[in-house]
Unconditional design. Structure first.
Length: 388
C-alpha cells in the first residue's frame, strides 16, 4: 500500500530480544497472522527448542512502530551438504524431523498487511546482502508466496518445492444464506452425510461438547491421543503422538491455550456412545482443525465417526459467529468433499543465486529424473469456490 515503508530491519538472536513477548502481543492484535504465529504457539515452541538451536528474530519497524516479526532457526550443515552452503535457515522449524512433527502451516511473518511486501523485501534484502555462505531458507505451508515472490531481490531465487491446497468452509456465507451448511455441498456428499448422521442418531442423539476447563481439555486430549494412536497402528503406522516432543508440546499448548480460546478440544457422542474428539486452533475468526481421535466400530454401516464429528463442529462454529472452518492442507477426500473453498499453500525454498544453487539443482534433477521445482510465481492468493 502507498506509504508503507520499513525504516529499520534487524535479524537478532532471541536472547537479545528481552521484550519479545510484549512486542509480539502488541503486534498480533492488529496484524495478519494465524494460530501458528500467535504468541502462545511461538512461546511454547521456543521453550522446547534444544539449547543447541540458534533461534533468530526478524524485526521490522516503520519509525518506532514494529510492523513485522518472524522466527528463523539457523542450522549448521554437515558432511557433503556443506558443498552447497554451510548453513540452512528454517522458518519456525528446526530441520530435525522429530521436533518438526509439531507441524506448522500458514508459515511466514506476523505482519501488518499494509507492510507485508516491504517487510519481506527488507528480510530478503538482508539475506541477499549477507556473505552467501547459507544454503537456503525454507518455509512450510505458506500463503504468503505472492508477497515473497514480489519482494525477491535480484541476488536470490525462490522455488515452490511443493504446492497443496488449504480447504475450508466459508461460514459467513453459510450464515448469510440462512440454510444448513449441507446445502452448500454436492448432492452426493449431502446425501452421504445425512445417511451418516441418521445412522449415529439411531444410537442416541448426536451431541458436541467443548471442554469447559484446562483440566478437562487435557484429559480429553489424552483420550484423543489413545484413539488416534490406536487407529494409526491398525494402518501399520505409529501416528503423530508416538513422538514425545509432539505430545509434550501439545499438552502444554492445550492447557495454556484454553483460557485464551486458542485451543479447543471437543467431545462428540451419540447417546451414551463416544464417537470421538476433535482438536481445533481458533484464531481471528477461523477455526483450524488440527487433529482427532475417533471411535471406529460403533456401526456396521456408515461407520464414519470423523464425518459426523466434523459436521457437528462446522455447525457449532457457524452458530458461534466464526468466519471460516479450516481443514488445512492435505489431499484427504473428506476435506475436498466437506469444503466450500480452497486456496493455494506453498512450501518455499529461497537460495542465493550462486554457482552452488545451479550445481545443487542440477544434481537433484539428475538423481530424481525430473525437472527441479519451479520458480515461485508472484500471483495473488486466489481463493477458489468449489461449488456455487
Amino acid at each position: 500500500m502507498t506509504g508503507a515503508r520499513i525504516t529499520r530491519a534487524e535479524l537478532l538472536d532471541v536472547a537479545d530480544c528481552p521484550d519479545l513477548h510484549a512486542e509480539w502481543c502488541r503486534l498480533q492484535a492488529g496484524a495478519t497472522g494465524s494460530p501458528f504465529t500467535s504468541w502462545r504457539w511461538v512461546s511454547t515452541w521456543l521453550a522446547m527448542l534444544p539449547q543447541t538451536a540458534r533461534a533468530l528474530v526478524f524485526r521490522a519497524a516503520d519509525g518506532d512502530d514494529v510492523v513485522a516479526l518472524g522466527l528463523l532457526v539457523e542450522v549448521e550443515e554437515a558432511g557433503t551438504r556443506r558443498i552447497f552452503g554451510s548453513r540452512m535457515l528454517y522458518w519456525q522449524e528446526t530441520g530435525d524431523a522429530t521436533l518438526d512433527e509439531i507441524t506448522v502451516e500458514y508459515t511466514g511473518l506476523l505482519v501488518r498487511e499494509s507492510h507485508a511486501e516491504a517487510a519481506y523485501a527488507a528480510l530478503l534484502g538482508m539475506l541477499g546482502a549477507s556473505d552467501r555462505s547459507w544454503r537456503a531458507l525454507r518455509l512450510s505451508g505458506s500463503t504468503h508466496g505472492h508477497w515473497i515472490a514480489r519482494a525477491m531481490p535480484t541476488g536470490l531465487r525462490a522455488f515452490t518445492e511443493h504446492e497443496d491446497a488449504s480447504w475450508f468452509v466459508d461460514l459467513a456465507a453459510t450464515r448469510a444464506a440462512g440454510t444448513d451448511y449441507l446445502h452448500r455441498l454436492s448432492k452426493s456428499t449431502r446425501a452421504g452425510l445425512r445417511r451418516t448422521e441418521r445412522a449415529y442418531a439411531a444410537l442416541g442423539e448426536p451431541r458436541l461438547e467443548l471442554a469447559p476447563d484446562p483440566q478437562t481439555a487435557l484429559a480429553w486430549f489424552g483420550e484423543l491421543d489413545e484413539l488416534h494412536t490406536r487407529y494409526w497402528r491398525t494402518k501399520g503406522r505409529p501416528g503423530s503422538f508416538a513422538s514425545a516432543p509432539f505430545r509434550r508440546f501439545h499438552e502444554d499448548l492445550v492447557v495454556h491455550g484454553h483460557a485464551e480460546g486458542l485451543t479447543q478440544i471437543m467431545r462428540v457422542t451419540a447417546g451414551e456412545h463416544l464417537v470421538g474428539y476433535l482438536y481445533h486452533l481458533v484464531w481471528d475468526g477461523w477455526a483450524h482443525f488440527y487433529s482427532s481421535g475417533l471411535q471406529y466400530g460403533l456401526l456396521k454401516r456408515e461407520d464414519r465417526p470423523g464425518y459426523l464429528a466434523q459436521m457437528l463442529a462446522i455447525r457449532h462454529y457457524e452458530a458461534a459467529g466464526l468466519q471460516a472452518y479450516d481443514f488445512m492442507a492435505g489431499a484427504s477426500e473428506y476435506k475436498r468433499m466437506m469444503s466450500t473453498h480452497r486456496r493455494p499453500m506453498h512450501w518455499i525454498r529461497i537460495s542465493p543465486a550462486t554457482w552452488r544453487l545451479a550445481l545443487e539443482r542440477g544434481i537433484v534433477s539428475l538423481l530424481r529424473g525430473k525437472s527441479p521445482p519451479p520458480a515461485l510465481a508472484p500471483a495473488g492468493p486466489a481463493i477458489i469456490a468449489l461449488r456455487g
